[in-house]
Design a binder for this molecule. Structure first.
Ligand SMILES: *Cc1c(COP(=O)(O)O)cnc(C)c1O
Length: 373
Protein backbone atom coordinates (compact mmCIF):
# COMPACT_ATOMS: atom_id res chain seq x y z
CA UNK A 1 0.00 0.00 0.00
CA UNK A 2 1.48 3.28 -1.05
CA UNK A 3 0.17 6.16 0.95
CA UNK A 4 -0.07 9.63 -0.53
CA UNK A 5 -0.39 11.25 2.86
CA UNK A 6 2.61 13.26 3.93
CA UNK A 7 3.80 12.80 7.48
CA UNK A 8 6.74 14.08 9.51
CA UNK A 9 8.58 11.28 11.25
CA UNK A 10 11.24 12.32 13.77
CA UNK A 11 14.55 10.43 13.82
CA UNK A 12 14.13 10.11 17.60
CA UNK A 13 11.66 11.88 19.86
CA UNK A 14 12.76 12.17 23.47
CA UNK A 15 9.80 14.42 24.27
CA UNK A 16 7.42 11.49 23.71
CA UNK A 17 9.42 9.46 26.22
CA UNK A 18 9.44 12.26 28.77
CA UNK A 19 5.68 12.74 28.38
CA UNK A 20 5.16 9.08 29.27
CA UNK A 21 7.49 9.14 32.30
CA UNK A 22 6.95 12.69 33.44
CA UNK A 23 5.70 12.03 36.95
CA UNK A 24 8.43 9.57 37.80
CA UNK A 25 11.21 11.69 36.30
CA UNK A 26 10.00 14.90 37.91
CA UNK A 27 9.76 13.22 41.30
CA UNK A 28 13.27 11.79 40.97
CA UNK A 29 14.71 15.18 40.01
CA UNK A 30 12.80 16.98 42.75
CA UNK A 31 14.13 14.63 45.36
CA UNK A 32 17.73 15.36 44.31
CA UNK A 33 17.05 19.10 44.28
CA UNK A 34 15.52 18.97 47.72
CA UNK A 35 18.27 16.76 49.11
CA UNK A 36 21.01 19.17 48.04
CA UNK A 37 23.58 16.45 47.22
CA UNK A 38 24.64 16.76 43.59
CA UNK A 39 27.92 14.86 43.30
CA UNK A 40 28.66 11.27 44.40
CA UNK A 41 25.52 10.67 46.41
CA UNK A 42 22.96 7.96 46.90
CA UNK A 43 21.56 7.93 43.35
CA UNK A 44 24.97 7.38 41.79
CA UNK A 45 25.75 4.59 44.24
CA UNK A 46 22.40 2.89 43.67
CA UNK A 47 22.48 3.30 39.90
CA UNK A 48 25.94 1.75 39.84
CA UNK A 49 24.54 -1.23 41.75
CA UNK A 50 21.42 -1.48 39.61
CA UNK A 51 23.17 -1.17 36.25
CA UNK A 52 25.97 -3.59 37.14
CA UNK A 53 23.46 -6.14 38.35
CA UNK A 54 21.32 -5.62 35.24
CA UNK A 55 24.34 -6.31 33.03
CA UNK A 56 25.84 -8.99 35.23
CA UNK A 57 29.11 -7.34 36.27
CA UNK A 58 30.58 -7.16 39.78
CA UNK A 59 31.61 -3.50 39.79
CA UNK A 60 30.44 -0.31 38.15
CA UNK A 61 31.78 3.22 38.27
CA UNK A 62 29.72 6.12 36.96
CA UNK A 63 31.71 8.61 34.89
CA UNK A 64 31.14 11.75 32.84
CA UNK A 65 30.55 10.28 29.36
CA UNK A 66 31.09 7.23 27.17
CA UNK A 67 34.28 8.72 25.79
CA UNK A 68 35.60 9.14 29.33
CA UNK A 69 34.50 5.62 30.26
CA UNK A 70 36.79 4.37 27.48
CA UNK A 71 39.53 6.84 28.38
CA UNK A 72 39.44 5.89 32.08
CA UNK A 73 39.26 2.16 31.29
CA UNK A 74 42.43 2.43 29.20
CA UNK A 75 44.16 4.51 31.89
CA UNK A 76 43.14 2.08 34.62
CA UNK A 77 44.54 -0.80 32.58
CA UNK A 78 47.85 1.03 32.43
CA UNK A 79 47.72 1.52 28.67
CA UNK A 80 49.58 4.55 27.38
CA UNK A 81 52.42 5.83 25.29
CA UNK A 82 54.14 3.15 23.19
CA UNK A 83 51.19 0.79 23.40
CA UNK A 84 48.89 -0.26 20.57
CA UNK A 85 45.17 -0.88 20.83
CA UNK A 86 43.32 -2.73 18.08
CA UNK A 87 39.93 -1.34 17.09
CA UNK A 88 37.76 -0.65 14.03
CA UNK A 89 37.53 2.40 11.73
CA UNK A 90 33.76 1.97 11.34
CA UNK A 91 32.74 3.55 14.63
CA UNK A 92 32.03 6.82 16.41
CA UNK A 93 35.21 8.86 16.45
CA UNK A 94 35.03 8.81 20.28
CA UNK A 95 36.19 5.17 20.35
CA UNK A 96 39.45 6.13 18.71
CA UNK A 97 39.78 9.48 20.52
CA UNK A 98 39.90 7.62 23.84
CA UNK A 99 42.85 5.53 22.63
CA UNK A 100 44.82 8.55 21.49
CA UNK A 101 43.92 10.49 24.66
CA UNK A 102 46.02 8.04 26.72
CA UNK A 103 48.88 8.36 24.26
CA UNK A 104 48.43 4.88 22.78
CA UNK A 105 48.29 4.14 19.06
CA UNK A 106 45.00 2.99 17.52
CA UNK A 107 45.53 0.11 15.08
CA UNK A 108 42.58 -0.62 12.81
CA UNK A 109 41.10 -3.83 11.50
CA UNK A 110 38.23 -3.88 9.03
CA UNK A 111 34.70 -4.96 9.88
CA UNK A 112 32.59 -7.93 8.86
CA UNK A 113 30.46 -7.06 5.80
CA UNK A 114 27.28 -8.47 7.33
CA UNK A 115 27.33 -7.18 10.92
CA UNK A 116 29.63 -4.16 10.37
CA UNK A 117 31.46 -5.12 13.61
CA UNK A 118 35.11 -6.13 14.04
CA UNK A 119 36.10 -8.96 11.69
CA UNK A 120 37.82 -11.51 13.96
CA UNK A 121 39.71 -13.03 11.01
CA UNK A 122 41.59 -9.79 10.44
CA UNK A 123 42.85 -9.25 13.98
CA UNK A 124 45.80 -11.63 14.25
CA UNK A 125 47.81 -10.02 11.43
CA UNK A 126 47.63 -6.71 13.33
CA UNK A 127 48.97 -8.03 16.64
CA UNK A 128 52.49 -6.78 17.37
CA UNK A 129 54.75 -6.90 20.43
CA UNK A 130 53.29 -3.49 21.38
CA UNK A 131 49.67 -4.59 21.27
CA UNK A 132 48.05 -4.39 24.70
CA UNK A 133 44.34 -4.57 24.07
CA UNK A 134 41.56 -5.29 21.61
CA UNK A 135 38.70 -2.79 21.68
CA UNK A 136 35.65 -4.12 19.81
CA UNK A 137 32.58 -1.94 19.30
CA UNK A 138 29.08 -3.39 19.66
CA UNK A 139 27.77 -1.34 16.78
CA UNK A 140 24.18 -0.17 16.25
CA UNK A 141 23.04 -2.36 19.17
CA UNK A 142 24.49 -5.69 18.03
CA UNK A 143 27.37 -7.44 19.79
CA UNK A 144 30.67 -7.86 17.99
CA UNK A 145 31.73 -11.49 17.53
CA UNK A 146 33.19 -11.81 21.01
CA UNK A 147 33.97 -15.56 21.00
CA UNK A 148 36.93 -15.49 18.60
CA UNK A 149 38.01 -12.05 19.86
CA UNK A 150 38.27 -13.33 23.43
CA UNK A 151 40.14 -16.45 22.46
CA UNK A 152 42.69 -14.46 20.43
CA UNK A 153 43.10 -12.07 23.36
CA UNK A 154 43.65 -15.02 25.64
CA UNK A 155 46.20 -16.60 23.31
CA UNK A 156 48.24 -13.38 23.04
CA UNK A 157 47.63 -12.16 26.64
CA UNK A 158 45.79 -9.06 25.52
CA UNK A 159 43.11 -7.16 27.37
CA UNK A 160 39.64 -6.78 25.90
CA UNK A 161 37.89 -3.46 26.46
CA UNK A 162 34.36 -3.36 25.07
CA UNK A 163 32.81 -0.24 23.61
CA UNK A 164 29.20 -0.99 24.57
CA UNK A 165 28.06 2.63 24.16
CA UNK A 166 25.36 1.56 21.66
CA UNK A 167 24.43 -1.75 23.24
CA UNK A 168 22.80 -1.45 26.69
CA UNK A 169 21.22 -4.83 27.25
CA UNK A 170 22.36 -6.48 24.01
CA UNK A 171 23.46 -10.08 24.47
CA UNK A 172 26.07 -12.44 23.09
CA UNK A 173 25.15 -16.00 23.99
CA UNK A 174 23.61 -15.92 27.42
CA UNK A 175 25.32 -12.78 28.75
CA UNK A 176 24.88 -9.08 28.26
CA UNK A 177 27.65 -7.18 26.52
CA UNK A 178 30.03 -5.10 28.59
CA UNK A 179 30.75 -8.12 30.82
CA UNK A 180 32.97 -10.21 28.51
CA UNK A 181 36.22 -8.28 28.46
CA UNK A 182 38.21 -6.93 31.41
CA UNK A 183 36.22 -3.71 31.08
CA UNK A 184 32.94 -2.67 29.48
CA UNK A 185 32.23 0.98 28.65
CA UNK A 186 28.82 2.61 28.31
CA UNK A 187 27.51 6.02 27.31
CA UNK A 188 24.24 7.51 28.56
CA UNK A 189 24.17 10.27 25.95
CA UNK A 190 20.49 11.29 25.69
CA UNK A 191 19.68 9.38 22.48
CA UNK A 192 21.31 6.07 23.50
CA UNK A 193 18.95 3.21 24.39
CA UNK A 194 19.46 4.19 28.02
CA UNK A 195 19.97 7.94 27.98
CA UNK A 196 20.34 10.66 30.60
CA UNK A 197 19.38 14.33 30.20
CA UNK A 198 22.95 15.33 29.49
CA UNK A 199 26.28 13.53 29.28
CA UNK A 200 27.25 10.57 31.41
CA UNK A 201 28.75 7.11 31.18
CA UNK A 202 29.77 4.02 33.08
CA UNK A 203 32.62 1.56 33.40
CA UNK A 204 31.83 -2.08 34.24
CA UNK A 205 34.36 -4.63 35.38
CA UNK A 206 34.71 -7.80 37.46
CA UNK A 207 38.20 -6.72 38.47
CA UNK A 208 38.31 -4.91 41.82
CA UNK A 209 41.66 -3.31 41.10
CA UNK A 210 40.45 -1.80 37.82
CA UNK A 211 37.23 -0.58 39.47
CA UNK A 212 39.16 1.10 42.28
CA UNK A 213 41.58 2.63 39.84
CA UNK A 214 38.76 4.12 37.71
CA UNK A 215 37.09 5.45 40.84
CA UNK A 216 40.32 7.12 41.89
CA UNK A 217 41.16 8.56 38.47
CA UNK A 218 37.69 9.97 37.76
CA UNK A 219 37.77 11.95 40.99
CA UNK A 220 41.00 14.02 40.72
CA UNK A 221 43.14 10.97 41.57
CA UNK A 222 42.27 11.53 45.21
CA UNK A 223 42.13 8.55 47.55
CA UNK A 224 40.35 10.73 50.06
CA UNK A 225 39.72 14.43 50.31
CA UNK A 226 42.82 16.42 49.31
CA UNK A 227 45.14 13.39 49.09
CA UNK A 228 46.07 12.92 45.45
CA UNK A 229 47.76 9.58 44.93
CA UNK A 230 47.48 9.53 41.13
CA UNK A 231 47.25 12.07 38.34
CA UNK A 232 43.54 12.05 37.75
CA UNK A 233 40.79 14.03 36.11
CA UNK A 234 37.26 15.05 36.94
CA UNK A 235 34.79 12.79 35.17
CA UNK A 236 31.89 11.84 37.40
CA UNK A 237 28.32 10.80 36.88
CA UNK A 238 26.22 13.38 38.72
CA UNK A 239 23.21 12.80 40.97
CA UNK A 240 20.59 14.40 38.70
CA UNK A 241 21.61 12.19 35.77
CA UNK A 242 21.81 9.11 37.99
CA UNK A 243 18.31 9.80 39.34
CA UNK A 244 16.95 9.98 35.77
CA UNK A 245 18.85 6.85 34.74
CA UNK A 246 17.50 4.88 37.71
CA UNK A 247 13.96 5.59 36.54
CA UNK A 248 14.74 4.79 32.92
CA UNK A 249 16.66 1.56 33.62
CA UNK A 250 13.39 0.01 34.76
CA UNK A 251 12.03 0.51 31.22
CA UNK A 252 15.10 -0.53 29.26
CA UNK A 253 14.02 -4.10 28.47
CA UNK A 254 10.57 -2.95 27.40
CA UNK A 255 12.08 -0.24 25.20
CA UNK A 256 14.59 -2.62 23.65
CA UNK A 257 11.75 -5.04 22.87
CA UNK A 258 9.81 -2.22 21.18
CA UNK A 259 12.85 -1.27 19.13
CA UNK A 260 13.13 -4.90 18.02
CA UNK A 261 9.45 -4.89 17.13
CA UNK A 262 9.87 -1.82 14.90
CA UNK A 263 13.00 -3.29 13.38
CA UNK A 264 11.16 -6.53 12.54
CA UNK A 265 8.34 -4.55 11.00
CA UNK A 266 10.77 -2.50 8.89
CA UNK A 267 12.58 -5.64 7.76
CA UNK A 268 9.31 -7.29 6.75
CA UNK A 269 8.12 -4.27 4.78
CA UNK A 270 11.26 -2.96 3.13
CA UNK A 271 12.13 -3.68 -0.47
CA UNK A 272 15.13 -2.56 -2.47
CA UNK A 273 17.51 -2.03 0.44
CA UNK A 274 19.64 -4.51 2.36
CA UNK A 275 18.12 -4.88 5.85
CA UNK A 276 20.16 -5.50 9.04
CA UNK A 277 21.70 -8.94 9.41
CA UNK A 278 20.87 -10.67 12.68
CA UNK A 279 23.76 -12.85 13.80
CA UNK A 280 22.50 -15.95 15.61
CA UNK A 281 22.93 -16.06 19.37
CA UNK A 282 23.16 -12.28 19.65
CA UNK A 283 20.21 -10.18 20.72
CA UNK A 284 20.31 -6.95 18.73
CA UNK A 285 18.78 -4.01 20.61
CA UNK A 286 18.61 -1.68 17.59
CA UNK A 287 20.14 1.50 18.88
CA UNK A 288 20.06 2.24 15.16
CA UNK A 289 18.21 0.54 12.33
CA UNK A 290 20.71 0.64 9.50
CA UNK A 291 20.01 -0.38 5.92
CA UNK A 292 22.42 -0.51 2.99
CA UNK A 293 21.81 0.87 -0.48
CA UNK A 294 23.99 1.67 -3.49
CA UNK A 295 21.66 4.65 -4.05
CA UNK A 296 22.11 5.83 -0.45
CA UNK A 297 22.57 9.56 -1.09
CA UNK A 298 19.60 9.83 -3.44
CA UNK A 299 17.45 7.75 -1.10
CA UNK A 300 18.41 9.94 1.90
CA UNK A 301 17.60 13.12 -0.05
CA UNK A 302 14.26 11.66 -1.15
CA UNK A 303 13.31 10.71 2.43
CA UNK A 304 14.34 14.13 3.69
CA UNK A 305 12.13 15.75 1.06
CA UNK A 306 9.21 13.63 2.23
CA UNK A 307 9.61 14.62 5.89
CA UNK A 308 11.75 11.72 7.08
CA UNK A 309 15.25 12.48 8.35
CA UNK A 310 17.67 9.63 7.72
CA UNK A 311 21.21 9.85 9.06
CA UNK A 312 24.51 8.21 8.20
CA UNK A 313 26.46 6.37 10.88
CA UNK A 314 29.20 7.00 9.87
CA UNK A 315 29.97 9.01 6.73
CA UNK A 316 33.76 9.04 7.23
CA UNK A 317 35.59 6.00 8.59
CA UNK A 318 37.95 7.09 11.36
CA UNK A 319 41.14 6.19 9.44
CA UNK A 320 40.17 8.81 6.84
CA UNK A 321 39.28 11.56 9.33
CA UNK A 322 41.46 14.67 9.23
CA UNK A 323 42.34 14.24 12.91
CA UNK A 324 43.88 10.81 12.26
CA UNK A 325 45.89 11.48 9.10
CA UNK A 326 49.07 11.17 11.16
CA UNK A 327 48.38 7.45 11.54
CA UNK A 328 49.26 7.13 7.86
CA UNK A 329 46.27 5.18 6.55
CA UNK A 330 44.94 5.69 3.03
CA UNK A 331 41.73 5.21 1.14
CA UNK A 332 41.49 1.54 0.20
CA UNK A 333 43.01 0.27 3.45
CA UNK A 334 39.66 -0.87 4.90
CA UNK A 335 37.34 -1.56 1.98
CA UNK A 336 34.39 -2.88 4.01
CA UNK A 337 34.34 0.13 6.35
CA UNK A 338 34.74 2.45 3.36
CA UNK A 339 31.83 0.81 1.54
CA UNK A 340 29.72 1.15 4.71
CA UNK A 341 30.46 4.87 4.77
CA UNK A 342 29.10 5.13 1.20
CA UNK A 343 26.09 2.85 1.56
CA UNK A 344 24.64 2.78 5.10
CA UNK A 345 21.56 4.71 6.08
CA UNK A 346 19.96 4.87 9.55
CA UNK A 347 16.17 5.06 9.51
CA UNK A 348 14.13 6.55 12.36
CA UNK A 349 13.79 4.15 15.26
CA UNK A 350 12.82 4.71 18.90
CA UNK A 351 10.55 2.84 21.31
CA UNK A 352 7.71 5.37 21.20
CA UNK A 353 7.42 5.18 17.39
CA UNK A 354 4.02 4.40 15.93
CA UNK A 355 3.23 1.62 13.54
CA UNK A 356 1.97 4.07 10.92
CA UNK A 357 5.29 5.91 11.07
CA UNK A 358 7.28 2.76 10.38
CA UNK A 359 4.86 1.85 7.58
CA UNK A 360 5.13 5.35 6.11
CA UNK A 361 8.94 5.23 5.98
CA UNK A 362 8.84 1.75 4.44
CA UNK A 363 6.28 2.89 1.85
CA UNK A 364 8.45 5.82 0.87
CA UNK A 365 11.43 3.55 0.36
CA UNK A 366 9.41 1.17 -1.82
CA UNK A 367 8.13 4.13 -3.80
CA UNK A 368 11.68 5.42 -4.25
CA UNK A 369 12.79 2.12 -5.77
CA UNK A 370 9.72 1.90 -8.01
CA UNK A 371 10.47 5.36 -9.36
CA UNK A 372 14.14 4.45 -9.77
CA UNK A 373 13.30 1.65 -12.23
C1 LIG B 1 28.11 7.45 21.86
C2 LIG B 1 29.33 6.64 21.61
C3 LIG B 1 30.54 6.90 22.26
C4 LIG B 1 30.78 8.13 23.09
O1 LIG B 1 29.91 8.33 24.11
P1 LIG B 1 29.73 9.83 24.71
O2 LIG B 1 28.91 9.63 25.92
O3 LIG B 1 29.04 10.64 23.65
O4 LIG B 1 31.08 10.35 25.01
C5 LIG B 1 31.59 6.03 22.05
N1 LIG B 1 31.46 4.97 21.25
C6 LIG B 1 30.33 4.70 20.58
C7 LIG B 1 30.27 3.50 19.70
C8 LIG B 1 29.23 5.54 20.73
O5 LIG B 1 28.10 5.28 20.05
Amino acid sequence: MITSRKMKVPFVDLARQYAALREEIDAALQSVLKGGQFILGENVRLFEEEFSSYCGARFAVGVGSGTEALHLALLACGIGSGDEVITVPNTAVATVAAISLVGACPVFVDVDPRTFTMDPDKIEEKISPRTRAILPVHLYGQAADLGPILSLADRYSLLVIEDACQAHGATYGSKRVGTFGQVGCFSFYPTKNLGAYGDSGMVLTDNLEIAERVRLLCNYGQSDRYHAVAEGLNSRLDELQAAVLRVKLRYLDRWNALRRQWADLYSSLLEGVEVPFLASGREHIFHLYVVKSKARNRLAAYLEEQGVPALVHYPIPVHLQVAYQHLGYREGDFPVSEACAQEVLSLPIFPEMREEEVAYVADLIRKFYQEEI
